[in-house]
Structure formats: structure tokens, C-alpha cells
Design a binder for this molecule. Structure first.
Ligand code: ASP
Ligand code: MG
Length: 240
């Protein structure tokens, strides 16, 4: 059983939340699953980093912004790997480039061209949990790229496809996909299952629960995405 799990910023906001996720991950590893974890930057780190950069240069180069913003996800990957280690499990963190995610050179909104999963497979074969920094890849020049805001979802689906994962789970701060934002409308209703095209039209109408390219990629590869809460243990939504 190979599982890809992605944790978003709110699910990693502080040490307690990283530990909660690490406990779930090591539980799966203990049951014999191979686990690949994709992490976003903690909390609203990416927004904060963008603000900081703007204090110095409002029109900084897109290449430099990518190298800089990708660090948010890399810090999360390091912290998650250490949290898993504290539970006595072997884990290794990888940048997007180390994980074999090759993109075009469109800085700030790069597209994944191909995934070379050999390094991940080698680490899994050695019994490690593999923690991949989301939202990033490497372009043909060898430069760091980012996949657009919310792009860690796309990292997770691309890895699930390349690794032929049995499951692709996206952990978030709500219990799945709703007809309206449940953080604003308490009477919003949750979809138990939703098709790819319906999901894409929700995103077009402003839903932020998934990155649009992650849904397109899942549709193209026939991969069901499970969207579920990192906090409640409630059933989520199957997209696909
Ligand atoms: N940290 C990035 C963002 O805030 C990517 C992600 O969370 O998926 O957009
Ligand atoms: Mg998101």
C-alpha cells in the first residue's frame, strides 16, 4: 500500500499540528504502508514572505521570488521529517527538484512536465517515510520554480500518478468539499463524492479547497483525490 498525503498550511500551523500529522503518518507506516508526505509552508508563511520581499523590491525577479518562496515548503519538510523522527521513524526530506519534479521555466506559475520518481522509490525501499516540499520543481536550467499559489495539491497528485499510489489524500482545515465555504456559511453542505468537472467549476467560482491543476491532473490520470480534515477524523469528500 502506497499512500500520498498532503498537508496544507493550517494543518501545519504550529508544532502541535505538525506533531498531530506526524502521529497519523507514523501510524500508517507502522501498519506497513509506504507513505509519501507533501507539505505546504506553515500557516500564512507564503503571504508573509511575499510581504517581506515587497518591502525591498515590489517588482523583484520571478526567478528570485521562486528560489525565496520555495524555502517556506522546505522548512515545513525539514520540520515534518524531524517530527516523524521523534516518533522513532526514519524519514527523509526532499525538495521538489530532489523528488524529481521537472517543470517548464515559467517562474511563479510553472507546469509540471514530468516526474522522475526514482529517488523517492529508493528512499521508500529503504523503509523511510519520504517528505517532499510541495509547490516547487526544477526547470530545464536547473533553477527552482513554483507551481502557482496553492500548488502543493498539484505536487501531491503528480507524485501519486508517478508512483501509482493506492491513495492520494489532501488534508485541510475543513471536512472536505462543500457547496459553499463552510468557514463562512455554517449551513454549507458537504459532497460525499464530486466529479472532476463539477469540482473544476466550483474552483472557477472561487472555491479554494484544491488547486485547479491538481484536479485536471487527477482527471487526466484517473486518480481519485480524498479531501479531508486534518483535525476531525470525519469522512471527507472523494473527488473523481
Ligand atoms: N504555500 C503555497 C501557497 O500558499 C503553496 C501551497 O500552500 O500549496 O500558495
Ligand atoms: Mg490550498
Amino acid at each position: 500500500m502506497l499512500i500520498v498525503q498532503k498537508y496544507g498550511g493550517t494543518s501545519l500551523q504550529d508544532a502541535g499540528r505538525v506533531r498531530t500529522a506526524a502521529r497519523r503518518i507514523t501510524g500508517l507506516a507502522q501498519q506497513g504502508a509506504q507513505v509519501v508526505v507533501v507539505v505546504s509552508a506553515q500557516g500564512d508563511m507564503t503571504d508573509k514572505l511575499i510581504e517581506k520581499a515587497a518591502q525591498l523590491n515590489r517588482r523583484g525577479s520571478a526567478r528570485e521570488m521562486d528560489a525565496y518562496l520555495a524555502a517556506g515548503e522546505q522548512m515545513s519538510a525539514g520540520l515534518m521529517t524531524m517530527a516523524i523522527g521523534a516518533f522513532g521513524y526514519a524519514a527523509v526530506s526532499l525538495t521538489g527538484g530532489q523528488a524529481g519534479i521537472h517543470t517548464d521555466g515559467v517562474h511563479g506559475n510553472a507546469r509540471i512536465l514530468r516526474v522522475e520518481p526514482e529517488r523517492i522509490q529508493k528512499e521508500l525501499a529503504e523503509g523511510k517515510v519520504v517528505v517532499v516540499a510541495g509547490f516547487q520543481g526544477v526547470d530545464p536550467e536547473g533553477d527552482i520554480t513554483t507551481l502557482g499559489r496553492g500548488g502543493s495539491d498539484t505536487t501531491a497528485v503528480a507524485l501519486a500518478a508517478a508512483l501509482h499510489a493506492d491513495r492520494c489524500q489532501i488534508f485541510t482545515d475543513v471536512d472536505g468539499v462543500f457547496d459553499r465555504d463552510p468557514r463562512i456559511y455554517p449551513d454549507a453542505t458537504r459532497f460525499g463524492r464530486i466529479g472532476y468537472d463539477k469540482m473544476l467549476s466550483l474552483i472557477e467560482n472561487g472555491a479554494q479547497v484544491l488547486h485547479d491543476r491538481s484536479v485536471e491532473l487527477a482527471r487526466d490520470h484517473g486518480i481519485p483525490i480524498e479531501v479531508l480534515s486534518a483535525f476531525t477524523g470525519n469522512p471527507g469528500t472523494i473527488v473523481g
